[in-house]
Design a protein around this ligand. Structure first.
Ligand code: CO8
Length: 258
């Protein structure tokens, strides 16, 4: 897959999608978001790919939506075209596990893009923020919603109202990211996590996604029922038989996604 603003590489069943607009700190413009959406759709459909990593550069995961591209737009322009938000919904439709590997700035739409992934591993250089208020707007793809669910109302309000950035240590402490590693180790750590996920049953992995995401969107009672049904359903798979037989035989399981 050849693109203008992203680089896509697949190795050992792991696809890495790198945002690549270094001249604008990977600011998210229409071209990039269209390409990202197309690439993720293609990777989700590619049977060779078992896990996806979304990353940026050492300096920026993404410094937000492209302000140059937005500056002169009117309400009618952005409302009628669903500016940016249409393509970003594509991430939510990816059924394969997707990890955000974040170094440097993840601001505005960049922070929101990372949060739309299944979990975030970040470098100790990472800085997260929702500084849209400085531009006279608010977050548009989850900065007031996913962030609030991730870090709670106090920090979400603080970040969205003051526009301040959160460093990697605070992000880990607040539950926004799952791991912080030295910048030089970011991709090794992300690939290590992706390799582990890629070795699981794809059916179980997708079911994990559905169950955890359900926790974000429903009551505890409904979520527990959903999880219980999913647990029961996996007994219809060969991978459940293989996983449990392998444990009892003290060998590695060979999952076949059946
Ligand atoms: N859009 C366009 N260009 C950008 C952006 C951006 N968001 N961020 C940085 N750039 C450009 C700069 O204009 C500059 O270009 P040039 O060299 O041509 O002047 C280049 O990238 C390098 O940036 P700086 O010189 O500013 O680099 P610094 O290291 O001094 O500062 C910062 C880095 C702090 C990250 C600074 O660039 C900054 O504050 N950027 C803007 C951050 C921001 O406000 N982000 C929010 C944008 S609004 C948004 O994301 C709305 C989301 C709604 C949904 C969208 C879905 C995708």
């Amino acid at each position: 897959m050849a693109f203008e603003t992203i680089i896509v590489e697949t190795e050992d069943h792991i696809a890495t999608v790198r945002l690549n607009r270094p001249e604008a700190l990977n600011a998210l413009n229409g071209v990039l978001l269209g390409e990202l959406s197309a690439a993720l759709q293609a990777l989700d459909a590619d049977p060779e790919v078992r896990c996806i990593i979304l990353t940026g550069s050492d300096k920026a995961f993404a410094a937000g939506a492209d302000i140059r591209e937005m500056a002169e737009k009117t309400y009618a322009d952005v409302y009628l075209t669903d500016l940016f938000t249409n393509d970003t919904d594509a991430i939510g439709r990816v059924r394969k596990p997707i990890i955000a590997a974040v170094a440097g700035y993840a601001l505005g739409g960049g922070c929101e893009l990372a949060m739309a992934c299944d979990f975030i591993i970040c470098a100790d250089t990472a800085k997260f923020g929702q500084p849209e208020i400085n531009l006279g707007v608010v977050a548009g793809i989850g900065g007031t919603q996913r962030l609030t669910r991730a870090v709670g109302k106090a920090k979400a309000m603080d970040m969205n109202l003051t526009g301040r950035f959160m460093d990697a240590a605070e992000a880990e402490r607040s539950g926004l990211v799952s791991r912080v590693v030295p910048a030089a180790d970011l991709m090794t750590e992300a690939r290590g996590a992706a390799r582990k996920i890629a070795a699981k049953s794809a059916i179980a992995a997708r079911t994990v996604k559905e169950c955890v995401n359900r926790a974000q969107e429903t009551s505890l009672r409904e979520g527990l029922l959903f999880e219980r049904r999913a647990f029961h359903a996996l007994f219809a798979t060969e991978d459940q038989k293989e996983g449990m037989a392998a444990f009892l035989a003290k060998r590695e399981p060979q999952f076949r996604d059946r």
